[in-house]
Design a protein around this ligand. Structure first.
Ligand code: FPP
Length: 251
């Protein structure tokens, strides 16, 4: 049976996050410049967005540019920013057709104005779509997000808007840039690397992790479905024992 048909539609993860890794290494193996790898990675983005939409994932967060990525050569940073503009402009009609809503997390005030403009236009053009929400993590890092949440809570406490004693996991979570989104249920990283790399540290607390040996430009719809099936085969205990889970299911 084809992979997609084996997926249990009642157990599709509500939020899938992806670290799209291996563009540079893939390009080098092909004897091409690193930027060719990023350009080729756009096709994988298309496929994963399509696949996630088809099976009813609610949120798909893609790590497109981390705060650490500014340390790359200027040429590569510029190429990534240009690719972002081109891709959004090129894909926006298709996103509307598929009812995909575009969003972003991260400090986009530091992006070049052209990239920020294209992103804002893409977000506005898809704001009323009712299907899959694709969240681009841009100039994002989880530590940055937690620090800005703490700073905002501190400001609210200092101004008397909130009582510091009232700060708890719930109020902290509501100050993260992912406040409106559920926690991640499945995190996929490509290229064989097995790290979190400062991505959604809070939201990944109970996520299942799936590491694919494929480089991002090789990652296809079928690979995404395989990750979903692997997720569905796992027992998620959230700190409980397997026995407790079984009795909950029976009871
Ligand atoms: C990691 O591979 C990839 C990135 C830092 C950029 C991801 C960007 C894209 C897939 C293209 C554009 C995406 C959108 C949403 C428009 P790497 O360069 O770190 O690979 P390496 O580890 O082999 O060097």
């Amino acid at each position: 049976m084809i992979l997609k048909e084996r997926i249990d539609r009642n157990k599709v993860p509500g939020h899938v996050a992806v670290i799209m890794d291996g563009n540079g290494r893939w390009a080098n193996l092909m004897g091409k410049p690193r930027v060719f790898g990023h350009q080729s990675g756009v096709q994988s983005v298309r496929e994963v967005v399509e696949a996630a939409g088809e099976i009813g994932v609610e949120y798909l967060t893609l790590y497109a540019f981390s705060t650490e990525n500014w340390k790359r050569p200027a040429f590569e940073v510029n190429a990534l920013m240009t690719l972002l503009v081109q891709t959004i402009r090129q894909e926006v009609n298709e996103l509307v057709k598929k009812q995909v809503q575009l969003r972003s997390i991260g400090d986009i005030s530091k992006l070049p104005s052209k990239s920020r403009k294209a992103l804002k236009e893409g977000i506005a053009a898809t704001a009323h779509n009712t299907g899959l929400k694709v969240v681009l993590a841009l100039n994002y890092s989880a530590k940055w997000d937690m620090v800005q949440a703490a700073a905002n809570l501190a400001r609210e406490a200092a101004s008397g808007k909130i009582d510091p004693e009232s700060i708890d996991e719930h109020s902290f979570r509501s100050h993260l840039s992912t406040a409106q989104m559920p926690d991640v249920e499945l995190m996929i990283r490509t290229s064989g690397e097995q790290r979190i790399s400062n991505f959604l540290l809070w939201e990944l607390a109970y996520a299942e992790l799936f590491f694919s040996p494929k480089f991002w430009p090789e990652f296809r719809k079928q690979d995404f479905f395989e990750a979903i099936l692997d997720f569905q085969g796992r027992e998620r205990r959230f700190g409980k024992t397997g026995q407790q889970l079984k009795s909950m299911k029976i009871g």
